[in-house]
Structure formats: C-alpha cells, structure tokens
Design a protein. Structure first.
Ligand code: GAR
Length: 216
C-alpha cells in the first residue's frame, strides 16, 4: 500500500455493513463486536464467523449465539493458497463487506489481501510498528518497555504493517507479568476495536502512503 492514495466513500459501505469475523481461539474480541452489532452500537451485522480451528472457543460461542459459522482448517500438507481459496470463497459467498480478524493466527498471503483490498481489519496487542507477529505482549514485556498498547489497523501484504486506524497506549506496571499485561491490553482492545470499526464504517477517511487519516 506504500505510496497509494485512497479516500473511503461516506459511508464506506451501505449500512448496516456485512461483517465477517475470522478467529482461531478464545474469541473475546469477536464477542465484543457481536455485542456491539446486536445493541446497534455498530452499524453492522455479522454474516459469517470463520475459524481455522475446530477447537476455537470463539467458534462455539458464535454457534451458541446462532450466528452463521464455518470451520475451514488447513489440511495436512495442503498449500496455503488452496486453504485461502476456500476461505475467500466463504467470504465472498457470505457477501462480506468488511473482514475483521479477531485473533486469527494466520498470516494472509498478499494475493488474498489484494482480493479484499482495504477491507480487512486486524486488532494487534502492541503499539505497532513495535512488536509485530506472535506473542506481542511477551515481546513487549521481555523488552522491558514502560508503555505497551493495542492497535487496530488495515491489513496489507506485510505482517501487522498496514495503516493504523486506532491505537491506545497501556502502561506496564510494577509487579506485572506477561499475563497481567496481556489482560490489561485485552481490555483496551475490547474498547478500541468496536470504536475504531465505527469510525471506519462512517467513511470519509483517507490512506496516504502508510498513514490513515480520519476526517477532522
Ligand atoms: C488478542 O489479544 C489479539 O490482539 C491477538 O490475539 C488475541 C485474541 O484474543 N491477535 C494477535 O496477536 C494477531 N497478531 P481473543 O480471541 O480473545 O479475541
């Protein structure tokens, strides 16, 4: 996306927007988004919850909520492209406007990202561009940073490198361990993710180079 310039229409999509959620685990961010949609706090409806793991607690929660779900595991020895082709097929069949990664622990290929350009959003438990990738909270803790955080960003072809849409700092406190810090970051994610999605869905923002700028 470097060097690209883009202005989102107002609103970005016909509202309510159709959201797909991709998850691999616990699903607490998914639950927060689902609650915000159900309460009308987000102008969106969840049209698909897609998991790559059958044991994901988030998948069970989505089923219990009566939402449309799909399990799509990557088969043994299967090329990533074949798995991603099935993921993309589910997203397109569901007519998803916007794809929200919520603890989806796979890096999407540039081909998949370009198929849904600027329509994939991720939440990451660090102050990006610091600590991309796995175990961001552990990376931050082990570096002894004084300030950690959470980021919501558009997904581009890199790993956690896309334009930042929302970010909030989280202090590292004396006596913290990784679990305590991760819990403090998670509670910020739960506020930041729906709030940032709301701003994105309203539209009118621009991407200029690496920067995402909201209307003032
Ligand atoms: C969250 O902390 C999210 O930021 C992180 O996984 C956790 C999922 O929790 N995502 C990443 O690290 C992606 N690189 P949840 O399943 O309870 O929402």
């Amino acid at each position: 996306m470097d060097g690209a310039s883009f202005r989102a229409p107002v609103p970005w999509f016909p509202l309510p927007a159709r959201l797909a959620i991709l998850l691999s685990g616990r699903g607490s961010n998914f639950e927060v988004l689902a609650t915000a949609c159900a309460r009308g706090e987000l102008p969106a409806q969840i049209v698909l919850v897609l998991s790559d793991r059958g044991d994901a607690a988030g998948l069970a929660k989505a089923r219990a909520m009566g939402l449309p779900t799909q399990l799509e595991t990557r088969r043994a020895g299967e090329p990533r492209t074949a798995h991603e082709e099935r993921l993309a097929g589910h997203l397109e069949t569901a007519g998803a406007d916007l794809i929200c990664l919520a603890g989806f622990m796979r890096v999407l290929s540039p081909a998949l990202v370009s198929r849904f350009e600027r329509r994939i959003v991720n939440v990451h438990p660090s102050l990006l561009p610091a600590f991309p990738g796995l175990e961001a909270q552990k990376q931050a803790f082990e570096h002894g940073v004084a300030v950690a955080g959470a980021t919501v960003h558009l997904v581009d072809a890199g790993t956690d490198t896309g334009p930042i849409a929302g970010q909030e700092a989280v202090p590292v406190l004396a006596g913290d361990d990784v679990a305590a810090l991760a819990a403090r970051i998670l509670s910020v994610e739960h506020r930041l993710y729906p709030a940032t999605l709301g701003r994105l869905l309203a539209g009118g923002w621009s991407v200029v180079g690496r920067r995402l700028e909201f209307p003032s």
